[in-house]
Design a protein around this ligand. Sequence first.
Ligand SMILES: Nc1nc2c(ncn2[C@@H]2O[C@H](COP(=O)(O)OP(=O)(O)OP(=O)(O)O)[C@@H](O)[C@H]2O)c(=O)[nH]1
Ligand SMILES: [Mg+2]
Length: 447
Amino acid sequence: MATAFVHIGQAGLQIAEPLWSLAREHPSARSWLFDEHGRAHCLLADCEPRVVRSVSRSLRGVARDDAAHVLSAHGSANNWAMGFTALAPDSLDALADSFRRMVERMDWWAGTVVAHSLAGGTGSGVGSRLLLELRDTYPRQWLVSAAVLPFDTGDSALQNYNAALALAHVQQYADLALLFENAQLLCAHEKQHAHAERSAGSQLSPARPRPYASMRDLNEQIACALGGALFPLDGDSGHPRAADLGELVSTVTPLPRLKLAGAQTVRAHTGARAPSAQLRRADSASAATARALSRKLPAGSWDALSAQLCSRLPRFHSGTERAVTLSASALVRGGASVELRSACTRLERTLGASPLSPFSVDWRFAPSQKGARGVEQSFSLVSNRTSIGAWLSRTLRRAGAQLDAGAYVHHYARYGCSEEAMRGYVDECWDIVADYKDAASASASNY
Ligand SMILES: Nc1nc2c(ncn2[C@@H]2O[C@H](COP(=O)(O)OP(=O)(O)OP(=O)(O)O)[C@@H](O)[C@H]2O)c(=O)[nH]1
Ligand SMILES: [Mg+2]
């Protein structure tokens, strides 16, 4: 079952580069993610011609020449409402037409992943509009939003509004949202750097400069996580099985309203040749980590990967209250359950019991997974946890305070989104927080 991807706005497009570069190096991905001419099932769209041109240049030969869409001659001014309502109907129609042609070319279309950020104008506004249109036109197809969440401060004064308005639409139209918090990706990058330093035997000192992380580093983590969750698995017969979006959605969303999940993948490589520079960057914060991990292979490697994965999971959902796992799907490439017993136990212990299901983790193993350079060893997790409530509450509180102060409301009103409508969307998001809180308190009363 093939998955279609639509990359929207700056962040969505930047994720396309490492994602499709990984897909190209993934032998099993070829039959499911690319057409018979080796062109990816993806569309690229933004309101900034420069961004579209630069990303489509770097994906030349991977994406089809007609995959790139410049939606307007200017950006969406960081304004969800401008992205949602002010797009020329011709642009939206052209994107919808391209989408229809793309899925008609696919043998067995399983669903769609829309990659976008929630804080700008295009990814959030046009992204919301696209989710609505896709749900309307293809109501029975799976629809997943892969969304970047902004840093708490500093990105833009409108980011809290945009994120709340976009998330309300994701909640309404998508079956599942895979959320990537930029702050957490940065934190994971720093932890890996520290791990690499320790593995290389050097002492960490507060005087040492913190590792520099670029957006590209964060995007590679996102691409790696998406690839881990969505790329095909090698089946027992040696033939790749497509990732089943429907199975992922039903495993990870224990109740239809609880559909916000996180995704992480950690990888190691065996085989004669070292992984390519790009893959190595995606796998680890530095070459030292890759070397330390490959030295350890195979004994103990799964424990190391499991420990890395656990260290990336946020622990709390508010203040000092521990996050509760509602459901999770773990996918292991290149390892069998028997050699992974302690690694699996560590992950299950970190995730804890679910109040909504007898098994908090659904495991899948692909022991003979072929990677770009030998056998791939990777550990991927998609987990639905109450920790998302922390980011959401902070964002909604700030959006509410801005609304109370009447800040920037006229920017939205100009594009047909009244203060009342904005408050309505913020309230819808508070309902999501309440649903997650209820799930967490069900857990407290169960245990
Ligand atoms: N992880 C990641 N985040 C990004 C990247 N580029 C921008 N962001 C984040 O995305 C948010 C801004 O959204 P963009 O995607 O740049 O905006 P856009 O969708 O192009 O919308 P407009 O430019 O306003 O039309 C901010 O929170 C940034 O931190 C990227 O390459 N990677
Ligand atoms: Mg932009």
